[in-house]
Design a protein around this ligand. Structure first.
Ligand code: GCO
Ligand code: MN
Ligand code: MN
Length: 388
């Protein structure tokens, strides 16, 4: 049995805006005093996180004079070096300031689009200087309330143009930085463009430098759309595009609740962790979540420790599941292969097609056999409940 304590190789990271969340919601003001980015780094070191991710505005408020900006960055870097906390990801806030009320890269106003681009480039410069290897691009308000306002096809073109500019900039600077696009179906706009990880994957293929661009899927965002998150992650992995991941939790169909990882849909998150561990995903496990509004900073620490501990417990459960003799036997049975059709793998030939067309299938015989998935699922539940 493991001690479930986070270690650097687990690559557990939190955004400044996650443990720094002060509990403001549409119905009420903050319930926790704001703590500084330097204090956040120390809090994360205390709970054993590997890294902190940076939103430009969380570190350097918009409009900060240059000299003050330098001081903030110096202090932040000092906190990183004092604690050993890393900063693997950078991201620009293109949604809070009123200038972004109608989107950033998809705004109808070319001045807004230019400002969004400038803000992105500046965020990247500072992020790379502090060690970031991934730039996450979550549009925030890249959507509409009314489609009378703009053509969805123009919006996709504007997004493409913006991202192409960014990837060319990264190349021109010689930065070692990948871009990860984050999808979300709605909130804060009524409908956001490219609303799912699958949509992002299709879009990436249309970019000038698709090799530099991948995805940052988020549990809550796919759950808002009622989708199976692990399936989205698996498709991204298969495409070589899983550059980052945002872990949190919530039920299907709700607004973006950003609950503690594993706090709501344990079985789904078990299969997610099992997938990430089985394939050997080596990127950040970023918790884009925040503590309940009921909590003070002790509760925030409980929240952060809980995210990491639950991940590690699910990782141990995944290893137990993989090693379970009865589960292995059932999997071997459902994957049995007498080799009759092995000739169909490794591609098409006209001969294979002719040979296949001549086969008489025993449809009823093949269909008659049950698959024992009830048993398999029950064993999974028993592993999860700790009785196996
Ligand atoms: C949200 C998003 C954000 C982004 C973050 C990084 O729903 O608010 O998930 O938390 O992940 O802005 O770009
Ligand atoms: Mn979110
Ligand atoms: Mn996110």
């Amino acid at each position: 049995m493991s001690d479930y304590l986070p270690r650097p190789e687990h690559k557990f990271t939190f955004g400044l805006w996650t443990v720094g969340n002060v509990g403001r919601d549409p119905f009420g003001p903050p319930v926790r005093p704001a703590i500084s980015p330097v204090e956040i780094v120390h809090l994360l070191a205390e709970v054993g996180a590997y890294g902190v991710n940076y939103h430009d505005d969380d570190l350097i408020p918009i409009g900060t004079p240059a000299a003050e900006q330098d001081r903030i960055i110096r202090d932040f870097k000092q906190a990183l070096s004092d604690t050993g906390v890393k900063m693997p990801m950078a991201t620009a806030n293109l949604f809070s300031h009123p200038i972004f009320r109608d989107g950033a890269f998809t705004s109808n106003n070319p001045k807004v689009r230019a400002y969004a681009l400038q803000k992105t480039l500046r965020c990247i410069d500072i992020g790379v200087d502090m060690g970031a290897k991934v730039y996450v691009m979550w549009g925030g308000r890249e959507g509409t309330e009314t489609d009378a306002s703009k053509s969805p096809a123009d919006s996709v073109k504007r997004l493409r143009e913006g991202i192409n500019f960014v990837t060319d900039y990264i190349r021109s600077q010689g930065y070692d930085l990948k871009v990860a696009l984050e999808a979300k179906p709605n909130e804060p706009r009524s409908d956001i463009y490219l609303p799912t990880t699958g949509a992002m994957l299709g879009f990436i293929a249309t970019l000038d430098h698709p090799e530099m661009v991948g995805v940052n899927p988020e549990v809550a965002h796919e759950h808002m759309a009622g989708l199976n998150f692990a399936h989205a992650v698996a498709q991204a992995w298969d495409a070589g595009k899983l550059f980052h991941i945002d872990l949190n939790d919530q039920l299907f169909g709700r607004y973006d609740q950003d609950f503690r990882f594993g706090s709501v849909m344990l079985k789904q998150n078990f299969f997610l962790v099992k997938f990430l561990e089985d394939v050997g995903y080596s990127g950040s496990r970023h918790f884009d979540a925040h503590a309940y509004r009921t909590e003070d900073y002790d509760g925030v620490r409980d929240f952060a420790r809980g995210c990491m501990k639950t991940y590690l417990i699910l990782k141990e459960k995944a290893a137990r599941w993989n090693a379970d003799a009865e589960i292995k036997a059932l999997l071997a049975e459902v994957n049995a292969n007498d080799g009759e059709f092995d000739y169909l793998s490794n591609g098409f030939t006209p001969e294979k097609a002719e040979r296949l067309k001549a086969v008489e299938f025993d449809r009823d015989g093949i269909a008659a056999k049950g698959l024992a998935y009830e048993r398999l699922d029950q064993l999974t539940v028993e592993v999860l409940l700790g009785v196996r």
